[in-house]
Design a protein around this ligand. Structure first.
Ligand code: C2E
Ligand code: CA
Ligand code: CA
Length: 398
């Protein structure tokens, strides 16, 4: 077991397991250095006699032992360290637990900075670990440097995203969705904005997902955009972006709160998302759709699942992806593809919204193809809430 579980690559779990099985130690541990403390980061082998659990701080005696090994290793050349590192006597606490000898080598990141220590422990006094074992462990320690880098990257990312969530470092930009016949704003999409280095919202949500904070970050985005719902009088609607996993969770909470008014809310489900259980999603959404919640398929045409999403979820809106929209005026294939979405939507009673409309010619073509509405820099860039409300008050939204 490791402290944060599920490491990428070889990982500490695998490392201690390999060393324990192949080098015949009774137990193997990794101690992670945190300032002047050592914390048990991974453990394998016959560990029942060990007075330590993963995540626990090592006692003073052990700390001094490991610090001494690292201090000596720092003065040695890498090769000398590989030969010499480790003391054959186990640290005091482990000796009293019956582990008499230890082979310890430093674990480093690829920039050379210290991560901690890898120790193989043996009980019998007459089994003196051979030099070759030490060198082999030093080699493994070097091999795992890239994995330690990756683990450190993820940990730092997690801390940074937790900081965003805890301190609500988010702003929402609102982009108008415009009816192509009347020229009027019919709805507004909420788009998240985060501080440096999280300048790309899609990458930020993907990173949060990677470190297990996807749902929390989405919840922050939604709760920050939520108050704007009250500022938009129907038929004006607010769209929010949401992953299928968050949608299921949010749907359950919203179902328990019948007083929430959601008849001008549209949830945009990205087409990139893999929906594993359409039936579950449909069931969770059904009572909310009865209360007026509408569903949009986002980025339609950008990936392989768009038609399936559309067919399975019977959306109220189909948002055609920028990649299909840009250059539509001069591209026959794009026109055909967009026409196909228009036809399909007509059949479903859904409204087609073209995304990323950037030129007047593309916009005219979209109208000619029967696209109902569009969103794009030409019609309005994402702005703050005051600006979007000001635009809504002016007759043609401009
Ligand atoms: P999206 O949902 O497809 O959002 C549309 C993106 O296109 C926005 O990028 C918007 O600023 C941009 N855009 C609008 N008009 C034009 C145009 O005319 N040309 C071009 N080239 N782009 C245009 P943004 O705000 O950077 O968001 C990127 C993606 O991040 C979004 O793509 C969405 O997938 C994700 N995202 C943003 N906010 C949230 C959120 O609160 N929750 C979730 N789950 N995802 C979000
Ligand atoms: Ca969207
Ligand atoms: Ca989109």
């Amino acid at each position: 077991m490791t402290r944060d579980g599920g490491d990428a690559g070889v990982g500490l779990d695998r490392l201690v397991d390999l060393v324990s099985r192949h080098l015949g130690f009774d137990a193997v541990l990794v101690a992670e250095m945190e300032h002047d403390r050592f914390v048990l980061a991974a453990l394998a082998g016959e560990t029942s006699g060990l007075p330590l659990a993963v995540g626990a701080e090592l006692p003073e005696d052990e700390r001094a032992y490991y610090a001494a090994i690292l201090g000596r290793a720092a003065r040695d050349s890498a090769a000398a360290a590989a030969r010499r590192s480790g003391s054959s006597a186990a640290p005091p606490g482990l000796r009293s637990a019956g582990f008499n000898r230890a082979v310890s080598v430093p674990l480093r990141f690829s920039d050379g900075s210290v991560y901690g220590i890898l120790s193989g422990l043996v009980r019998t006094l007459d089994r003196r670990p051979a030099k070759l074992e030490r060198r082999f462990m030093a080699m493994l320690a070097e091999l795992i440097a890239g994995d330690l880098d990756e683990q450190r990257r993820r940990q730092r990312l997690k801390v940074a995203i937790l900081d965003v969530i805890e301190h609500q470092r988010i702003e929402i930009a609102y982009q108008p969705i415009v009816d192509l016949r009347s020229g009027r704003i019919i709805g507004v999409e909420a788009l998240s904005r985060f501080p440096e280095p999280f300048t790309r919202p899609d990458e930020t949500f993907a990173a949060a997902e990677e470190v297990g904070l996807g749902l929390e970050l989405e919840r922050l985005a939604i709760s920050t955009a939520w108050p704007v719902l009250d500022l938009l009088d129907p038929p004006l609607f607010l769209t929010i972006n949401i992953s299928p996993a968050s949608l299921v969770r949010l749907a359950r909470r919203a179902t328990e709160r019948p007083e929430l008014s959601i008849d001008n809310l549209v949830v945009e489900i990205t087409e990139h998302a893999i929906v594993e259980h359409y039936e579950e999603l449909r069931q969770e959404l059904a009572p909310l759709r009865e209360r007026g919640l509408r569903v949009a398929i986002d980025d339609a045409g950008a990936g392989y699942a768009s038609l399936q999403h559309v067919v399975e979820l019977q959306p109220d809106f189909v948002k055609v992806d920028t990649a299909l929209v840009r250059g539509v005026a001069d591209d026959h294939a794009r026109r055909v593809a967009i026409s196909a979405f228009v036809l399909l939507s007509l059949d479903l009673g859904a409204t087609v919204i073209a995304e990323g409309a950037e030129t007047p010619r593309d916009l005219t073509t979209l109208g000619d193809l029967g696209v109902h509405a569009a969103q794009g820099y030409l019609l309005g860039t994402p702005t703050g809430v005051e600006e979007i409300l000001r635009r809504l008050r002016t007759p043609h939204g401009d």
